[in-house]
Design a protein around this ligand. Structure first.
Ligand SMILES: Nc1ncnc2c1ncn2[C@@H]1O[C@H](COP(=O)(O)OP(=O)(O)OP(=O)(O)O)[C@@H](O)[C@H]1O
Length: 287
């Protein structure tokens, strides 16, 4: 039965036949997937696979013209505001203001998310502490390192105490230490709150290490779905069946190449202008 309060009986996220087109071009082409409460679920795929478009539909920022999306049992198309109250979203693009302090940035989001006035101050402190920015809270965000900016954006999304946190490329352009720091904070908050996490990443090591399950998208569709271990084991089985069992055990990158690599044309392999611009915008602010 559909659970309106977001408790145990509903999936954290369920997409059935989700499709979205830009003009005549199908960006998302019939995606079916479910994410269980408390899971860290990774959405992988090459540039242009349709990950961000799917996420925008899930977060109510795009309409759902075909198929059905439910967040904790609530229909995204019909109960937009109720869904938004359950969500935290960290987009690819910069969402922190360099001319505000860390605390002011988080406060702005607390207002946007309509966190009750009485709860705001403690919730802001808690969100900043949770991402390790307690001591830097009153510095201008423009003085933060790239990793600190990303953690600030995490705090902005956490201040509303989301049940489902959605992150689009949270570690893009960061050095390995800053990437680990973002994931460590995320892991701690998830363990403390039990929130569900949906994340896109191009870093296979992150997907392997931090995600409970993965969906690999290519050309708008889910091509493979499972735990990182299972996806690798299935590729090993395929190779064994086709007589290629002698090489090293497959990595997640091999799985990615198997499902997405061969299908890339030159134009798709580098993404489109929009994709490059987005990546550079993110990378330059953190550089
Ligand atoms: N606003 C838009 N107008 C027209 N086409 C778009 C728009 N946004 C995305 N697309 C196209 O939809 C397809 C899917 O793009 P999307 O951004 O969802 O992919 P992605 O998997 O998130 O890629 P990346 O990893 O580069 O972020 C691509 O072909 C892209 O060019």
């Amino acid at each position: 039965m559909t659970d309106r309060t977001g408790t145990d009986t509903a999936d954290a996220l369920s997409c059935t036949g989700l499709a979205y087109s830009f003009g005549g071009a199908r960006a998302v082409d019939g995606v079916d997937l479910t994410v269980a409460p408390g899971e860290v679920f990774g959405l992988l795929g090459p540039n242009g696979a349709g990950k961000t478009t799917a996420i925008r539909a899930i977060t109510t920022l795009l309409p759902v013209p075909a198929g059905m999306v439910q967040v904790f049992g609530l229909d995204v198309a019909r109960e937009r505001m109720a869904v938004r109250r359950l969500l935290g979203y960290v987009p690819q693009q910069l969402s922190a203001d360099a001319n505000l302090t860390g605390r002011e940035n988080v406060e702005l989001f607390a207002r946007v998310y309509d966190v009750p006035r009485r709860e705001r101050a403690p919730r802001i402190v808690q969100a900043l502490e949770a991402v390790g920015l307690g001591d830097a809270a009153d510095r201008m965000a423009g003085t933060y390192s790239g990793g600190m900016v990303r953690r600030l954006e995490l705090a902005q999304a956490l201040v509303s105490a989301p049940r489902l946190l959605i992150l689009d490329e949270p570690t893009i352009g960061l050095d390995p230490i800053a990437r680990t720091s973002v994931w460590d904070r995320l892991t701690e908050v998830r363990a403390a709150t039990g929130m569900t996490v949906l994340v896109t990443t191009h870093y296979m090591d992150e997907a392997d290490q931090y995600c409970d399950r993965l969906a690999l998208m290519h050309r708008g569709r889910v091509r493979a779905l499972g735990t990182p271990g299972r996806l690798k084991a299935e590729l090993a089985d395929r190779r064994a069946r086709s007589g290629e069992a002698d090489g090293p055990a497959p990595t997640l990158e091999d799985v990615f190449r198997h499902f997405a690599g061969s299908g890339l044309t030159d134009e798709q392999a580098g993404g489109e202008f929009r994709d490059v611009r987005n990546t550079r915008r993110t990378a330059s602010r953190v550089g």
